[in-house]
Design a protein around this ligand. Structure first.
Ligand code: GLA
Length: 727
């Protein structure tokens, strides 16, 4: 059993295989947080301390006891107005226009299975795999309830958290701030690990000590964003890849967000994950409720690699869905960097022919096939096949491509409209524009108001009528700007529009997933601008970055790997010199880096020499041979490519029998020093044979001393070593 209630101690304990999370209903019915860490039994309320602290006030119930203060006690769901002056998880504007909430425990229930969230993505698990805890808190004056949901997946060392705010009072209230996950930590020195970036350089790893004051990351863009990813890690200062305590919080949400981490006056740490505060004010009439998305939490006492592996397994097997979630994905060729908007049906077929000849399995027609879309300037919103450009119907094109033995995939960007489009001319009020103001343009496009169902319905119909024209087996779902000018003509409150937009997007995706269960969807937002756990519920893979440069990708994929499984990372071999950086790298290096993801190609194959074509054939054979190990193996980061002379990483089968190590040199000097790569995750003191050299290695020595990376002339040299245990 994952969840235990101790009636005497009034503790609720959530156990997973290796972790324990404990809370207590205290003497005044506040819900206090006691412990989250390595698995432990018993009551941890001895951790609470009570001292008379100046300017830390006391709840009225405490009478003359000056030692009891919400300003210093660790809590599950802190709100504004209880005397806790730290950053709260919840602010509600009450009917009487005050902002105080005093949530106290009312009741709780425990049930088998994992809760689901209507209209929202969420981790799923059956009654044998998970349990749900529901704790009802209430503010006795406003009658607003906070229903805390905890999903416990013992085998995955994962706990999920969500909250439902219920207005059981009589008047109108507004939810101004909401963070479904709060972690209060009484002792310890922690770092805040976040993933910052920009378009084409996403998810850079940053690790900074949590100091006094609040560090905040987030997105005001209506999407999870390239700039900050909605996932954070809190790690003790001395935590490494291999040892030490660390916690992850991954928001299962694709809209704006914020995460805050700070140390309070008593050196206690609070970390929150939830909605972005600036753009959120969700109205609730009497009787209405608001369900938040969930946050995935995980804890590891064995360092960051284990923490990432926990998240990878949970996301891959209990968040991603559909027939492809565990399957090796088809190797694809995408037309974008091969020809951008400049193609015809004939040039596509020529490209597809080459792809088929090399062993590629799927052909993806990217942007430019619909409306008058020959450049970024026009066409978005007009989801009608440009048969003139293709020289045939979509059905005919797909039949021909299928005839070559290739699957067919197509690019769409349903949330967008160009002003130069029939859709915009017909419905100018469907785009986000504030009356009286001129809208912000980005990539010459505006965003459709997906908070309105009629707009979602209209685009959905158009997209379905395209998909129904032939055997489409893959969709690349793009989204190429940040939201702005948020105003919805039909909304009763503008504070709900951004969230309703995300719900509209999820509704659209859910309908597509249900209607076309066999289609593989790859998410995309200018590459990785919406790379989050929410999208992965609908799209088991996401185009990781518009930056296909193999060397930059080392850092982008490194950052991404802390949270997201390799099976979700869209990664392609593109041309050299690279189109984003101008950098030259070998085909081998590009192949090795792209193979640490869902593998594919994105270049004009007709420009390649016979020698390069042969190399691609070999890459495909090699990738297919190890694809299952790559997608499902335990992932280890062996170096940090931001600082090391090489980027190195490893996939190990869960039984420890085989390991694939990959490395790419990042810095080259004369008279190079030697780097040693320490392999990880092997079974101790066994012999492993490295396939390329045929050499036998002792696994303990491989893990303790490593093996030398070759010193060779040339930049960005790439290597792969496959080790298999001799049984
Ligand atoms: C975005 C995507 C690219 C490509 C273009 C097409 O930038 O990230 O991969 O699909 O749009 O316009």
């Amino acid at each position: 059993m994952g969840i235990l209630y101790d009636e005497k101690q009034k503790t609720i304990t959530l156990h997973t295989k290796n972790t324990t999370y404990q809370m207590q209903i205290d003497r005044y019915n506040f819900l206090l947080h006691l412990y989250y860490g390595k698995r432990a039994e018993g009551c941890m309320d001895y951790l609470l301390t009570f001292y008379d602290r100046g300017f830390s006030g006391n709840p009225y119930d405490a009478g003359s006891d000056k030692t009891y203060s919400m300003d210093s006690l660790p809590q599950e769901f802190p709100s504004l107005g209880t005397g806790d002056y730290r950053t709260p998880a919840c602010i509600i504007k009450n009917t009487d226009r005050t902002y105080s909430s005093d949530f106290r425990y009312v009741r709780h229930s425990i049930r088998d299975g994992k809760y689901s969230l209507k209209g929202l993505p969420a981790v799923y698990a059956d009654a044998a795999e998970a349990q749900t805890l529901e704790v009802v808190l209430e503010d006795r004056v406003s009658k607003v309830r906070a229903v805390l949901l905890y999903g416990v997946l013992p085998e995955y060392d994962v706990i999920t958290r969500s909250v439902r705010i219920v207005n059981a009072g009589e008047g109108h209230v507004s939810v101004k701030k909401l963070a479904p996950a709060c972690l209060d930590m009484m002792g310890g020195d922690y770092d805040f690990i976040t993933f910052y970036g920009r378009h084409a350089m996403e998810r850079n790893f940053q690790r900074l000590p949590i100091g006094h004051g609040v560090s905040k990351i987030g997105s005001l863009r209506g999407t999870s964003s390239h700039q900050y990813n909605p996932a954070v890690i809190v790690a003790e200062h001395d935590t490494t890849e291999e040892s030490g305590s660390c916690y992850a919080m991954s928001f299962v949400y694709s809209g704006g967000f914020q995460s805050e981490a700070g140390r309070d006056q008593y050196y206690q740490t609070r970390v929150l994950m939830g909605f972005s505060e600036e753009q959120f004010a969700y109205p609730l009439e009497a009787g209405e409720e608001f369900q938040s998305p969930e946050v995935i939490l995980s804890y590891s006492s064995e360092g960051l690699s284990k923490l990432s592996q926990n998240l990878h397994r949970c996301i891959r097997t209990h968040l991603c869905r559909g027939k492809y979630k565990e399957a090796v994905r088809p190797i694809l060729l995408n037309s974008w960097e091969a020809s951008y908007f400049d193609f015809t049906g004939d040039t596509l077929l020529k490209l597809a022919e080459q792809a088929a000849e090399l062993g590629i399995e799927m052909f993806v027609m990217d942007d430019g096939w619909f409306g008058k879309r020959d450049s970024e300037l026009r066409g978005l919103g007009d989801w009608k096949v440009n048969e003139e450009k293709l020289g045939c119907t979509l059905g005919e094109l797909i039949t021909r491509i299928n005839g070559m033995g290739l699957k067919f995939g197509i690019w769409i960007e349903p949330e967008m409209v160009n002003e130069d489009s029939d859709l915009y001319r017909e419905h100018p009020d469907w785009a986000f524009v504030i009356p009286g103001r001129r809208p912000n343009r980005s990539r010459h496009q505006l965003v459709l108001d997906f908070s309105r169902k009629e707009i979602v319905d209209h685009i959905y119909e158009q997209i379905c009528s395209v998909l129904d024209q032939g055997n489409v087996e893959y969709i690349k779902w793009d989204m190429n700007r940040s939201l702005a000018d948020i105003y919805s003509a039909t909304a009763d409150s503008q504070g709900r529009v951004l969230h309703d937009y995300v719900l509209g997007l999820y509704d659209f995706l859910e309908r597509i997933v249900n209607r076309y269960p066999d289609i593989l969807i790859e998410g995309c937002s200018g590459g990785g601008g919406r790379f989050d756990a929410g999208m992965l519920y609908y799209t088991p893979q996401i185009w990781c970055s518009d930056n296909t440069d193999a060397v930059d990708r080392l850092e982008i994929q490194y950052g991404t790997s802390f949270i997201y499984p390799v099976s979700s990372v869209g990664s392609h071999v593109s041309a050299s010199p690279n189109h984003q950086t101008g950098r030259l790298t070998s085909l081998r290096t590009r192949g090795v880096v792209a193979s640490a993801g869902t593998f594919g190609y994105e270049l004009d194959l007709n420009q390649l020499s016979e020698e390069e074509k042969d190399e691609i054939r070999c890459q495909i054979t090699y990738y297919k041979r190890y694809a299952a190990l790559i997608q499902k193996g335990l992932y280890y980061r062996l170096t940090n490519p931001q600082t090391a002379d090489a980027g190195a990483w490893e996939f190990v089968s869960e039984d420890g029998k085989e390991a694939l190590v990959m490395a790419v040199g990042t810095r080259q000097h004369a008279n190079m020093t030697v780097d040693y790569i320490k392999v990880r995750g092997l079974e101790e003191n066994k012999m492993y044979r490295e396939e390329g050299s045929g050499r036998l290695y002792n696994s303990t020595a491989l893990m303790e001393a490593g093996f030398p990376m070759p010193v060779e002339l040339g930049e960005y040299r790439a290597y792969q070593w496959y080790f298999v245990r001799e049984d």
